[in-house]
Design a protein around this ligand. Sequence first.
Ligand SMILES: C[S@@+](CC[C@H](N)C(=O)[O-])C[C@H]1O[C@@H](n2cnc3c(N)ncnc32)[C@H](O)[C@@H]1O
Length: 347
Amino acid sequence: MATNFHSNSQSSDISTPITRIAKPNSEFYSIFSEQEVLGIINALEVRREIPLKYSYKGRGAKIWDNFYLKYIIPKWYRTASVEIDFLSNNFEYINGNIQNCEKVNIIDVGSGNSYPVKKFIYRLHQLQKINKYIALDISEELLNVSRKNFSKWFPLIEYKSQTIDIENSCIPQDLLNGKNNTANIILHLGVTIGNHHHRNRVLKNFRDSMKKNDFLVFTNETGSNSKWDGSVRGGCKYHAEEIYGWIKNKIGIRSEDCELVRKYDLETDSVVANLKLHHNYTINFCSQRINKNLEIFKGEEITIWRHHKYEIPELLQEIEQAGLKLVHYSTDKYLSRIIVICEIADN
Ligand SMILES: C[S@@+](CC[C@H](N)C(=O)[O-])C[C@H]1O[C@@H](n2cnc3c(N)ncnc32)[C@H](O)[C@@H]1O
């Protein structure tokens, strides 16, 4: 068995197991498919990470929705949302460049609760440009929130949704249909591109889902990750804090055995939030077809949240490598956020 006991002679320690066993609870196995559990095990084993994308599932959906409603959506004392402003300020560009197309499908990849697109859709709808809105997300629970919101706001617009992991697959082609003269506007908002482990795969999957006249529109933070000043704000503070609590509980790690640390991670050139263990643990994954013990030692850290800011040359390089072409971008007044619009590259 994985449970061992201290061999040193200090009497106060004598009953303390060297390794504690954590057993993910039954809810864990109901939230994640077998493939996703294997994805989590693999990421833990290879790079000590529970990819952030999995933390939007189950109760993670509520965590995100609450975080969004509390900290991001405009309020009387905070009138602007960067994402909503970006879509507003770039509306003329996008609308102006889809003039040859009669209608557009809006494909919102990583739609969350769909709030950021509300005003944008409203304006396009007024121009009778929308064929349908398609929400795609890894989290079925967030798609439920999105559906509820969207059908309340726009009962007359066709709404479709599907779960997808954009790191691992393209957008299903059957969702992108419409009359010949229908273009697709693919949105990837909320600085989500900077959270992925395989950003290049995500961009390539977008590229392979697109045809001529389609647009990919995404947002991210810009700047140098390594110059992070250590101040913990926004998602890095509130979202990471909530996810930390949730993960401890789901996996079965005692609160007194770990802490949450944020730092700059050189290997991924990202700011990360890590769960640092103060005790040796064996995580026992056990479901119908999985039985795996994973040893994680005292002092080791598990990344549970991460964000990579882009420097502009690097952004251009990643876009180009994916077979995309930058056609337009704009930044916020602090030059800390960017909205990027791409088409498929000519070749
Ligand atoms: C940071 S939130 C942004 C939500 C929304 N776009 C916004 O701007 O408020 C990231 C969203 O992307 C989804 N997501 C993260 N990784 C994903 C992946 N690999 N495939 C599909 N959806 C993903 C999450 O479930 C979540 O809804």
